[in-house]
Design a protein around this ligand. Sequence first.
Ligand SMILES: [Zn+2]
Length: 338
Amino acid sequence: MKSIIGHAAIVDQLLSSLAGESPPSALMLAGDESLGKYTLALTYAGAWLCLSNVKPCYECESCAKLFGTGETPLPRNLQFALTDGPTNHPDVLIVAPSPDQIKIEQTRNARQWASFHAVMGRGRFIIIKRAQMMNLSAANALLKTLEEPPPGYTFLLTADSTDGMLPTILSRCRIIRLGPLTANEIANGLTALIGTDPERAMRLGSLARGRVGRAIRWAISDESPSLSAMEELDQIVMEGLSGRPIGALLRAERFRAACAGFEAETGGSRQAIARGFEFVAERLRDALEERLIEGRHEGADRLKRLIAEAMAAKAAALGNANAQISSERLFVEMALAR
Ligand SMILES: [Zn+2]
């Protein structure tokens, strides 16, 4: 499968299934956001449906219908995943939360869609994006279809987390878990597929904390001042979480100075400060997730409170609040929250 960054073992596993008669009837790609689950699902469906020998070729009629045609700055599968492109493929249905829930109408509609034969021949795919956002009735409706999968149909689910999903759905799916990529994997991928300068690719790879989707978005935004700003904020948050309270005001000052690097990208100083708070919230979420994965639950509530504080500061910044006061409050609390 061309144009996938990292996840080599999983790609091998999926590739070997391509040699079989038909794809598994239900596959779930699970793992944190921005690890490339949706891209993998799309590319896998594209590979099955591709009419050429190199699968997916991104050129045949099937690939053109699935991924679109014309020049794109990114390889087609990445472009499609990043822009949430609608597909014109008659044998692929994409179900996604709109905006924060997948509702019963959507899974019922999928069920109805699954009563027709493939148009182009090689089977049909129903991709359910962020399946953890199915509400209970939607999940139950899907379950009925999964219990008696129509022949020739494959359900590809992606989920940021399997917590809270119906065990009966999970047990019907072959579950593939994705982990974070290494900085090197991301950097090599950015250079090979997008042509990112290797030094910049390595900086983005380190900053992305294994989340390849973020690195791609940063790589194509091409804002070098933002990259330096993100690196500085990353540093400040790491120090903030481990440093002494006495440095908190200085860190708040460095935070405001670093945010100036977002001005070109965001188009204003208030927006730049808001972007900075958003980035800090994201880093705190990463720190929280890392802790939970390692089974360290102490301090989790404090981190959650800090995340809420950072998001509130972001909203306040857009509403013209005093950036000095809100940044000082955040970094003082961060220092106290150790
Ligand atoms: Zn093709």
